[in-house]
Write a protein that binds this ligand. Structure first.
Ligand SMILES: [Zn+2]
Length: 230
């Protein structure tokens, strides 16, 4: 085997999750299905789905996919390890309180606690966004095109019944795993308007499943977008 150490390609956390979930699907398919035709069809669909999101993927991995016959778990695991090993997750940037003070409008103590929690988290974990519970609020921060995007949302006191779909990661959670939060704004006419969503209470878990940053950004920008409409 050639040992060529090339730099890993950096992708966002949500892109990496997307890739990991689809590559792992090959293993699941192999275990759950004995029909070679179905296994091959899943492999081809997987390659197609990944290529739609990663345009260079076909050129880099089409041959390896072609070579994988889906006839042993070993070759599937090898393919998955090879693909996932070529990527690393880009970190969210560390920040200083002054960068988010105006946007979040938190009192100094809460702001410092949030910034410390955020900086510790981004140093240790692969994240699309960070959130922290502060009293009856859930405070969020992410970045989009190099710009920090954050919001202070209000947590509903009412306990959610049954399972709820997290708006960010699209996974069902139950009980205290999920919170209903609202992002409120005051319109140019002076009316209050708010957008509510069910979101995972545990950002770490949410970040392991999330595949789309745009959903986060859109929700967090609700207040600033609404207040900017004049
Ligand atoms: Zn979630």
């Amino acid at each position: 085997m050639d040992i060529v150490i090339k730099g890993r390609e950096e992708v966002t956390n949500e892109d990496y999750n997307f890739l990991r979930v689809r590559m792992r699907r090959l293993e699941e398919t192999y275990k759950q299905c004995i029909d070679q035709k179905v296994r091959q069809a899943v492999k081809e669909r997987t390659l197609y789905e990944i290529c739609e999101r990663f345009p260079n993927f076909f050129e880099d991995y089409a041959e390896a996919f072609e070579a994988c016959q889906m006839s042993s778990l070993r070759e599937i695991v090898d393919l998955t390890d090879m693909v996932l090993g070529k990527y690393s997750v880009e970190k969210l940037p560390t920040i200083q309180a002054s960068q988010v003070k105006k946007m979040l409008k938190l009192k100094d103590k809460a702001l410092n606690s949030f910034v410390k929690g955020y900086n510790d988290a981004v140093a240790q974990r692969d994240l699309t966004y960070y959130s922290q519970r502060i009293d009856d609020k859930l405070v969020f921060l992410t970045q989009k095109d190099g710009e920090l995007v954050g919001a202070v949302t209000q947590v509903s006191k009412a306990q959610r019944k049954g399972e709820c779909l997290c708006h960010f990661c699209r996974k069902f959670r139950r009980g205290d795993e999920i919170l209903f939060v609202t992002n409120s704004a005051r319109t140019a006419k002076g009316e209050y308007s708010s957008l509510g969503q069910s979101i995972c209470s545990d950002y770490e878990r949410c970040n392991q499943d999330i595949e789309d940053r745009e959903r986060v950004v859109k929700f967090l920008r609700y207040k600033s977008d609404t207040e900017a409409e004049r």
